[in-house]
Design a protein around this ligand. Structure first.
Ligand code: ZN
Ligand code: ZN
Length: 703
């Protein structure tokens, strides 16, 4: 970095003279991508011959390179006197400046999640913007505006809207006069989507834009189709990582120029500039995929709430099993809870049957896959031509291969994890670093030819079911069977067309698919999540099972006969009692009490400082020094710093990871410590040779 001619535009106390007329070149603060955790906060000073509005996209020299940047609001610091500033480079004047509310969102997120403003701002823009010059950009903007102005072809009439249920009508009424974020707690099939559609209709009718966030857009083509069908003639764009760079730029430009009415997207869409924003919806708000897990680790759900408040527009968080964070806020009155307890058409929730696997006798040979009663129930569905879903949250054939002679197991040489046996292509694959090798013919350590899989994944379950249910058409839905383009749609199409009797799959099964002919859902082995080291394990499991249960009996005619089966060795676990009663509030109350006693979110605020090195001792030493700095510094009190520990999977791709937990009952106290302490950590780095990187994760999902 060229430190002589650019300098950090930090927060000095002096206030800039307001309204002063400046002749000649003017100093500007520009947000640029600085190397992660360089000491520069991401704003650098440059000069410009002509005034440039904050939010203007441009290129600026940085060292010997030219990098993209955004003119930023200066804040209270005046440009330093006596420093020779470099002039800005190309200005992309074809693009309207990124608006003030967008910059405020980025400022807030950068401060809260402890990242550089420039790093975050540029990371959330479409990458294609970096490649275009001003002329090319001007051409694209002009084309979009021309297309928008052209008289459109005959617009099909919108379909007749369904009559709202009493609950839907009440929910919609609350949306229209919302004074705080709304938590729409609606059971699967209660018609939350119709509430989103009507709320969007109100926003559009008022000349506003609607932003709808979904966890995984590839799994929800149906939602996009419903919005497109409901609003013919309106411009609906999607924003997610599966778009081509050109599509993503086009969709983003349509939103930013105010030409798109509806933006449907995954977490990155929360940063879309929307000049006419009038409504924010977060569907399946509990879903962990709203948390970005790399780079700037932000929660799109939490930012959506902040953004809506800042713009003074309604925000609707929908879920059948809300996150405990949102549920607690609703209990505290910070969010308003809206209940939708009835399924549309009067369908009942499936009957939940908990099977105690611990009392079943061992079969004469082999292992027990399904309880006899569940197998009977599956035969019954087959005979009646109904469909069944079997949930097993582990893909591959078996989680590990094992040699009984010498004890060898199929560990990954680069990670502290087993390599998973995939029988279809005879490979051992590491799901952490991706290392894939042919399955050895014999034990690599002792040459024993008899190496055997331990445990069971979806691939093996499918094979075992084929033996248990001869003649049944059995398909599998997981990350391995849906890898190719269009594969997911193809598989779902086969299910909808009735070409599948039993569908085996991972949690992918539970996500939003509208299976009309399914009357039985079974969780084959959910026990691992009950006692997992992840404190959110039970919350996740409950959400998954409730969601899976919601797949059964969506047609009211079949609802009476629909069932959810759970095979477990712990049938008396309170989670299953709540599941049987479809009682989310009871489950949430019990979990919140546990979290309160354990000092875990949402009853405490957490941050994780992670360090990575080839040698775990190096990462640990860095964290120890960091802890000493936190203890010695004057950053306010009320934050507990725990000793460094390895995470559950400590080595990935030959890099050792160590992490240190910070906990406080007060979010504010934690934020105050982070703001003062993290900048001081930059100075520690030089002392720890071999430290590859360090980063902080505010509000981590797992610890
Ligand atoms: Zn061996
Ligand atoms: Zn690996």
């Amino acid at each position: 970095m060229d430190g002589r001619q650019t300098r950090p535009a930090g927060a000095a106390a002096a206030r800039r003279a307001g309204g002063r007329r400046v002749t000649g070149p003017q100093a500007l603060a520009v947000a640029v991508e600085t190397p992660q955790h360089s000491a520069v906060g991401g704003l650098l000073d440059y000069t410009s011959e002509r005034p440039l509005a904050p939010g203007t996209l441009l290129r600026v020299p940085l060292g010997r390179r030219e990098v993209p940047g955004i003119v930023w609001d200066r804040g209270p610091a005046p440009p330093a006197a006596g420093l020779e500033l470099r002039p800005v480079g190309t200005v992309l004047s074809a693009l309207p400046p990124l608006p003030a509310d967008w910059r405020a969102l980025v400022d807030f997120a950068a401060a809260y999640y402890q990242r550089g403003v420039g790093e975050l701002a540029l990371a959330v823009l479409p990458p294609e913007l970096r490649k275009l010059d001003d002329t090319q950009l001007a051409r694209r903007v002009a084309r979009l505006q021309r297309e928008a102005a052209a008289p459109s072809a005959a617009v099909p009439a919108p379909p007749a809207r369904p009559v709202l249920s009493a609950e839907q009508a009440a929910a919609l009424e609350i949306v229209s006069r919302a004074d705080r974020p709304l938590l729409l707690h609606g059971v699967t099939g209660s018609g939350k989507t119709e509430v989103y559609l009507r709320a969007a209709e109100q926003a559009l009718a008022a000349g506003r834009q609607a932003l709808v966030l979904v966890p995984e857009i590839n799994l929800t083509p149906q939602l996009q189709a419903r919005f497109a069908e409901r609003f013919p003639g309106r411009v609906l764009v999607s924003l997610h990582s599966a778009l081509t760079p050109a599509q993503r730029l086009r969709h983003w430009l349509l939103a930013h120029l105010g030409l798109a009415d509806l933006v449907l997207g995954t977490r990155l869409a929360v940063f879309t500039p929307l000049p006419r924003l009038g409504l924010v919806v977060v569907d399946e708000e509990h879903d962990p995929s709203f948390k970005q897990q790399e780079g700037a680790r932000y929660s799109a759900r939490d930012l959506a709430v902040w953004r809506a408040a800042q713009r003074g527009v309604p925000v609707l968080l929908g879920s059948a099993t809300p996150s405990l964070e949102s549920w607690q806020r609703a209990l505290q009155g910070r969010y308003r809870r809206v209940e939708m307890a009835e399924r549309i058409g009067g369908g009942a929730m499936p009957r939940v049957r908990i099977v105690d696997m611990s009392v079943l006798p061992r079969p004469a040979q082999g292992e027990r896959v399904l309880a006899p009663a569940l197998l009977d129930a599956l035969h019954g569905r087959l005979a009646r031509g109904e469909q069944s879903l079997l949930l097993l949250n582990r893909r591959g054939y078996a989680p590990v291969l094992h040699c009984a002679a010498c004890g060898w197991k199929s560990g990954c040489p680069h990670c502290s994890a087993w390599r998973v046996f995939h029988k279809g292509d005879r490979t051992l694959r590491c799901h952490h670093c991706g290392l894939t090798e042919r399955v050895p013919r014999a034990c690599p350590d002792c040459g024993n030819l008899d190496i055997a899989p331990i445990g069971r994944g979806t691939e093996k379950l499918q094979e075992q079911l084929a033996a248990l249910l001869p003649g049944a058409r059995i398909a599998r839905l997981d990350a391995d069977t849906t890898r190719g383009a269009g594969m997911l749609e193809q598989q779902l199409g086969a299910v909808h067309a009735g070409e599948v009797d039993v569908l085996v799959g991972t949690q992918m099964l539970a996500k939003g698919h509208d299976f009309r002919r399914v009357t039985l859902v079974a969780a084959v082995n959910p026990d691992a999540a009950l006692f997992s080291s992840d404190f959110r394990g039970p919350e996740r499991l409950f959400a998954l099972l409730m969601q899976a249960a919601g797949r059964a009996g969506r047609d009211a005619a079949q609802a009476a006969a629909s069932e959810m089966w759970v095979q477990t060795h712990h049938p008396r676990h309170p989670l299953f009692a709540a599941l049987r009663a479809h009682d989310y509030p009871a489950f949430a109350a019990a979990q919140l009490e546990e979290r309160r006693q354990a000092g875990l979110p949402p009853c405490a605020a957490l941050a994780l400082l992670r360090a990575e090195a080839r040698d775990a001792a190096v990462a640990t030493a860095f964290l120890h020094d960091a802890a000493a700095l936190a203890a010695g510094g004057d950053f306010g009190g009320g934050v507990t710093v725990y000793p460094p520990v390895p995470p559950p999977v400590s080595k990935v791709a030959d890099v050792e990871r160590v992490q240190m937990l910070l906990e406080s009952p007060s979010r504010r106290a934690l934020q105050a410590l982070l703001a003062g302490w993290l900048p001081a950590l930059h100075g520690l780095r030089a002392k720890h040779k071999g430290l590859l990187r360090w980063a902080v994760d505010v509000d981590p999902l797992a610890i």
